[in-house]
Design a protein around this ligand. Structure first.
Ligand code: SAH
Ligand code: DHB
Ligand code: MG
Length: 221
């Protein structure tokens, strides 16, 4: 399901509120040439992430799922030069593209890309006593969303904001019979948050160039 007006309105929003962004355009172009899948957040969505990270005055941001570093650039821009974005990526080839893209965007000095299965990296971060993060963006393999929630909470402080991407999945999220493990993982995330006293959360549906999907926003108590 998709309506051409969704992308047209996205273009309107970008034209009025965001404008051209050479670094992000170059990152997208470089990622496509390197053969990475076109599943980055949109320009308007990246700006939303950046504004949210600024609103909580984030100095330490964790991202799970780097791809080519598009959302990483948006998030790293929310930081001052004393801030850090730690971003986790399974694929070494994607991480190399992301490294080039964040460097080209002029924010590379704030970005720490860690390669490997995120659950392993996160377990290591927890046992190493990594300092808490102020903002966490979760956008990697959806079947691990419940595990990422647990790790994100462990790596948080009261007031940390968590944002999960792709939590509506063109409405499939309400289909308990879905055979798609991405849907099952997303539903397990909602189940883990239902009546969870540690987290206050909502989800917002979105349409636009990324079709019909949504973000789940949560504050750690
Ligand atoms: N946040 C990015 C898009 C991420 S796409 C952006 O908006 O620009 C999801 C990414 O998660 C892909 O790059 C994929 O390789 C990565 N990924 C998938 N499974 C993973 C895992 N187990 N550990 C870490 N990264 C994983
Ligand atoms: C997919 C992953 C994403 O994070 C996204 O925003 C869109 C699509 C995917 O795996 O197809
Ligand atoms: Mg996503």
């Amino acid at each position: 399901m998709s309506d051409p007006r969704w992308s047209a309105v996205d273009d309107y929003i970008v034209g009025k509120l965001i404008g051209e962004d050479r670094a992000l355009e170059a990152a997208l172009e470089n990622s496509r040439q390197a053969g990475l899948p076109p599943i980055d957040v949109s320009l308007a969505q990246g700006k939303l992430l950046q504004l949210l990270a600024r609103a909580v005055a984030a100095k330490r941001i964790l991202e799970i799922g780097t791809l080519g570093g598009y959302s990483a650039i948006a998030l790293a821009r929310a930081l001052g030069d004393d801030g850090v974005l730690v971003t986790l990526e399974l694929e070494p080839e994607y991480a190399a593209v992301a490294r080039a893209n964040v460097d080209h965007a002029g924010v590379g000095h704030r970005v720490d890309i860690r390669i490997g299965p995120a659950c392993d990296t996160l377990a290591e971060m927890c046992s190493d006593g990594e300092t808490a993060f102020d903002f966490v963006f979760i956008d990697a393999d959806k079947d691990n969303y419940p595990a990422y929630l647990d790790y994100a909470i462990q790596l948080s402080r009261p007031g940390t904001m968590l944002v999960f991407d792709n939590v509506v999945r063109e409405g499939e999220v309400i289909n308990p019979q879905s055979s798609d493990p991405k849907v099952a993982g997303t539903r397990a995330l909602y189940d883990a948050l239902k009546d969870n006293p540690k987290i206050d959360a909502t989800a917002i549906q979105t349409v636009g160039s990324k079709k019909w999907d949504g973000f789940l926003l949560a504050l750690v108590q």
